[in-house]
Each structure stands twice: as C-alpha cells, then as structure tokens.
Ligand binder design. Structure first.
Ligand code: NDP
Length: 284
C-alpha cells in the first residue's frame, strides 16, 4: 500500500513557488501580497490563519492578517474587502470561514474581486472552472489533482466516485476530475446523503474521494480492492484528528491512500499559495 504523503508533495510545490517569487522579485517586482481577514476568535480558525501567514512568509509572500472583533458588522467587513480589492500591493484576499452568524458568508465571498479570489470560491471562477476556462481553482480539489499527478496516479478512463457535494470540495472536485486533462478524464459519480446504496456506489470506484466529515465511516464494505482512496475529511475525535476513511481497516485492501493528517490538508495550503503567486503574476 502506498501512502500518499501530502507534506512531501506540498514541500515540492512550495519550493517551486519560492523560486518563482525569488526570480521575479530579483528583477525588481514587488513581492506578492496576501490579505487574510478573520472575524471573531474561533480557536481553530486562529490556528489556520497563523499557519497560512507563516507559510506565505516562508515563500516571500507578504501576508497581512486583518483580525476583526466578533461584533464587526457585515458592512464593516465589506468595507475592508473593498479596501483590499483596491490595494495595488494585494494580490490575494481570503476571508477565513466560518463567519459569525450575523454576517453572510456568500455576500462577503461575492465582494472579493475575482482576480484576487485565491480560494477560488467566487462565481466567476466557479463558472470559468465549469467551462474549462483559465481562472483561480478551489484549493482542495486543485491540491488533490496535484497530489495524484505527483504520485503518477491517473484517474483517466477510470471510475471515480466523490462522496460529498459541498461547493468547496465535492462539487468542484467532480468537475475537475471530469475535465479533459491528463490527471483527470475520469468517469465521475457524485454521491451525497440522499444517494441510494452508497456502499455499492463506493465499491465501484477505482478512485474514491471522501469529503463527508464523518470519522472513519468508510471501511472495507465501501472500498474496492486495489482502489486509490483520497480522504479529505478532518474529524476531531478523542483520539485526535482522523479522516472519513477507516485507514487501519483498509491498509491491506487499497493500492494507495492519503493519511489524515498529512494528506490533503497540506496540499490545500500549498494551492492557496500557488493561487496567490498566480494572481500576482497576472495582476501586477
Ligand atoms: P459539508 O458539510 O459542506 O459537506 C458534506 C457532504 O457530505 C454533503 O454533501 C453531505 O450530503 C455529505 N454527507 C454527509 N453525510 C453523509 C452520509 N452519511 N452519506 C453520504 N454523504 C453524506 O463538508 P465539506 O465539504 O466542507 O467538508 C467535508 C470534510 O472535509 C470535513 O471533515 C472538513 O473538515 C474536511 N475538509 C478538509 C479540507 C482539507 O484541506 N483537508 C478542506 C475542506 C474540508 P448533503 O449535501 O446531502 O447534505
């Protein structure tokens, strides 16, 4: 069984990005700029934001966090977004989710300029992705395709099953896997909580992508022998962070699997940095 190590792949991606940043700043270009907006004091969000800032700085990206109090109104948050949209030294804007309930996440995400939408969540970018046009792609699906390519595991012509249809993972992943591209070209089925006979659908998969958020839900009954399993789930349990796959039960059954933590998670951050560098190269 091959363990698909997202940390190693992410390191490789970040090394290449750093070289791009160093080469162009040596030519006199200003460094890339990333603005991270966080509202409130959610401890998990605070860790994610600090990580993103640290990782960005290591690549020579100038990252600034705008930490706003929980009582911030939607209008105030939108004003910050508009300011960053207009700032010529900012290439990427990221609003850390979740937001407090009195703020509409979709209004804020819509307010981010599509050129600076490094999460790839804006409808312009989602539409461009659906049409196969260039644009900023959502980080987690992009990271998964990059991880498959790093390990030379192509789903082309194979049956891919994606479980979970969120706008940030499952839906865009299903679209990207069906693209006529080298590490895609799969025959894709998208499953969700209303799917009839989920286990049977999953067992038909040569490539199984799990993005449900249910600890160790997917054991041997759900996985075909020799399948590649990409586990996106991050579930906090008493024993620590675990994925959606029951990895211990699958180790002698699968061809390859991503660990949790250390699989898809590091790739998501690497793709955020990749989108920031891409936006910088296009907008400066
Ligand atoms: P959402 O909660 O938005 O979506 C979950 C999806 O799973 C929904 O489509 C839901 O179906 C489906 N689902 C729930 N229960 C079942 C079930 N019993 N059978 C079949 N389908 C089911 O989650 P996200 O996509 O945002 O995240 C999913 C997981 O991935 C979470 O653990 C999250 O923490 C993790 N994650 C990890 C990232 C990483 O970088 N590694 C990045 C983003 C998320 P329905 O639509 O019908 O309700």
């Amino acid at each position: 069984m091959l363990l698909l190590d997202g940390r190693i792949c992410a390191q490789e991606c970040k090394k290449k990005l750093k070289e791009r940043v160093l080469a162009d700043t040596a030519l006199g270009f200003r460094p890339p700029g990333l603005a991270v907006i966080m509202v409130g004091d959610d401890p998990a969000s605070a860790i994610y934001v600090r990580n993103k800032e640290k990782e960005a700085s290591l690549l020579g990206i100038s990252a600034q966090t705008c930490h706003l109090p929980r009582a911030t109104t939607e209008q105030e948050l939108l004003a910050h977004i508009h300011e960053f949209n207009a700032a010529s030294d900012i290439d990427g804007i990221l609003v850390q989710l979740p937001l407090p309930p009195h703020i509409s996440a979709s209004s804020c995400l819509l307010a981010i300029s599509p050129d600076k939408d490094v999460d790839g969540f804006h409808p312009n970018n989602a539409g461009r992705m659906t049409l196969g046009l260039p644009g900023l792609r959502p980080c987690t699906p992009q990271g998964i395709v990059e991880l498959l390519s790093f390990y030379h595991l192509s789903p082309a012509g194979k049956k891919a099953v994606v479980v979970g249809r969120s706008n940030i993972v499952g839906k865009p992943l299903a679209i990207m896997l069906a693209e006529p591209l080298e590490y895609a070209n799969a025959t894709v089925t998208l499953c969700h909580s209303k799917t009839a006979n989920l286990a049977k659908e999953c067992r038909s998969a040569d490539f199984l992508f799990l993005s449900v958020g249910s600890p160790r839900m997917f054991g041997r009954d759900y996985v075909k022998e020799g399948a590649v399993v990409i586990d996106v789930g991050i579930n906090r349990t008493k024993e620590g962070i675990v994925g959606d796959a029951d990895r211990a039960a699958l180790e002698d059954r699968v061809l390859a699997i991503t660990p949790v933590p250390g699989g898809v998670g590091p790739m998501t951050i690497a793709m955020l940095l990749k989108n920031t560098v891409k936006a910088w190269e296009q907008n400066r």
